[in-house]
Design a protein around this ligand. Structure first.
Ligand code: ATP
Ligand code: ATP
Ligand code: MG
Ligand code: MG
Lengths: 250, 250
């Protein structure tokens, strides 16, 4: 049975999309069958997956009608994607009135779960009904955080929200906290890292993702870092993360 | 009559809070009477305003009951703040059912407008009912964008949303697009800058905010950059922005 993981943090710009896409791509490079799902109406993960089709169905369509097929092949053999677009914003309002509003995504993914080893879900920068759906559908969450002050402030809120989700999804756990955009030249980086490792111990991945310009360039070419520049430090670190992730979850 | 300005962009982590707080502080240093309003449930602008009171009323309280007073003095003589906390998340759901749901903030601010020269509003990383309230209440918007690919992708969406807000707030205009976290060493920075200046011309501020570690340190001390380190390049640039902003709006 495939494991479902949400990459989530309500703080904006901490590297959720970069982590969801590059972890999914790295796991698929290690020949795991991976499905990436874009549940952020900004559609950034979709634009990094370079789907060939001009018009495509989305996760929003699949949640509305289970018969619709929206799983697409990417340039990487073991990586498929379910895209999204701005229509997903309407789901935020529609889901609020739905009967089983927290479970809609979970029910959509139930029939896909055994076709993949891992399903990785990108989340919007919010703790709204979309991110709640992500967490209810997930076996675990990965929380990317920048080594900055606001990221630290927000960490306790996402962990509190996850604890309250445990009432409806008892199995959910934190697979890891990931330090991103790590800049060795900045003192604040070490202060935040020490704080986080002191409070959360083994929950924090040993692998740290450094600030690396190739990671910010790869989205303009619509591809994960491993296809854009496999020799870059960004590609090496996301591959290392995938290996550490496998050692923690298998 | 005071001008109301929303700092807004649904893309996360582009420098909305950093810009709202430091523009407000810089304008107040130029002896303009300024009110900063935190309309993001993360409460980052609130934590940068170091309010002395332990328990304080919030913008959420004021929107629910106009008799409630929630304007607080900051450490800067000409700068006041209306804080927020995570309760504002409930406003997202409650506002959806309200009669005049887009106008609630505008009605709350009508009686404050003539007490200040400028009212600056920080927004959440979303195009939801809170950011719609911000735009309906505003005379103009400032759009911070990082010089990165995803920021460019999101720019057309915020401009489209503003155009649709013009149906209910005909006066709203773009006061400026601000390039933030500008890093001269990165080629992508120039590519994005050229793209934005080519498309939007004079709408783009001449002043550019460079990546400056003092700007990321000041939030941990709960103060704007002008109080944390007035000699830093970050403080100089936000002061320059305030002067350019005044020359454009007065
Ligand atoms: N390690 C890194 N080094 C350099 N740039 C990075 C790194 N990680 C992410 N970026 C860039 O930083 C920006 C923010 O990252 P990203 O969009 O992945 O964050 P996010 O949390 O998904 O944002 P949002 O909250 O808007 O969804 C992007 O432009 C991305 O290309
Ligand atoms: N010019 C800059 N140089 C260095 N760091 C910066 C700069 N501007 C902002 N930062 C830092 O980058 C992070 C993101 O900035 P900020 O929180 O202001 O963005 P935001 O758009 O308000 O994020 P959100 O979408 O979560 O509301 C913060 O940790 C902030 O301290
Ligand atoms: Mg994202
Ligand atoms: Mg902010």
């Amino acid at each position: 049975m495939g494991k479902i993981i949400s990459v989530i943090n309500q703080k904006g710009g901490v590297g959720k999309t970069t982590t969801a896409v590059n972890l999914a791509a790295s796991l698929s490079a290690l020949e795991k069958k991976v499905l990436l799902i874009d549940m952020d109406p900004q559609g950034n993960a979709t634009s990094m997956s370079s789907i060939k089709e001009e018009n495509f169905n989305t996760i929003y369509d699949m949640m509305a009608d289970p018969k619709i097929q929206a799983v697409y092949q990417t340039k990487m053999p073991f990586l498929k994607v379910i895209p999204c677009n701005a229509d997903l914003t309407s789901a935020e309002i529609e889901l609020l009135d739905a009967e089983n509003r927290e479970f809609v995504l979970k029910e959509t993914l139930d029939r896909l779960k055994d076709k993949f080893d891992f399903i990785i879900i990108d989340s919007p920068p919010a703790l709204n009904i979309l991110s709640v759906n992500n967490m209810v559908a997930s076996d675990g969450i990965i929380i990317p955080i920048q080594c900055e002050y606001f990221a630290l402030e927000g960490l306790s809120r996402i962990i509190q929200t996850m604890k309250s989700i445990k009432n409806i999804n008892p199995d959910i756990e934190i697979y890891g906290i990931l330090l991103t955009m790590y800049d060795k030249r900045v003192k604040l980086t070490y202060e935040v890292e020490n704080d986080v490792r002191e409070h959360f111990g083994d929950l924090v991945f040993q692998t740290v993702i450094p600030r690396n310009v190739k990671l910010s360039e790869s989205p303009s070419f619509g591809m994960p870092i491993i296809l854009y520049d496999v020799s870059s430090i960004g590609a090496k670190k996301y591959l290392e993360l995938a290996e550490e992730f496998l050692s923690k979850t298998e």
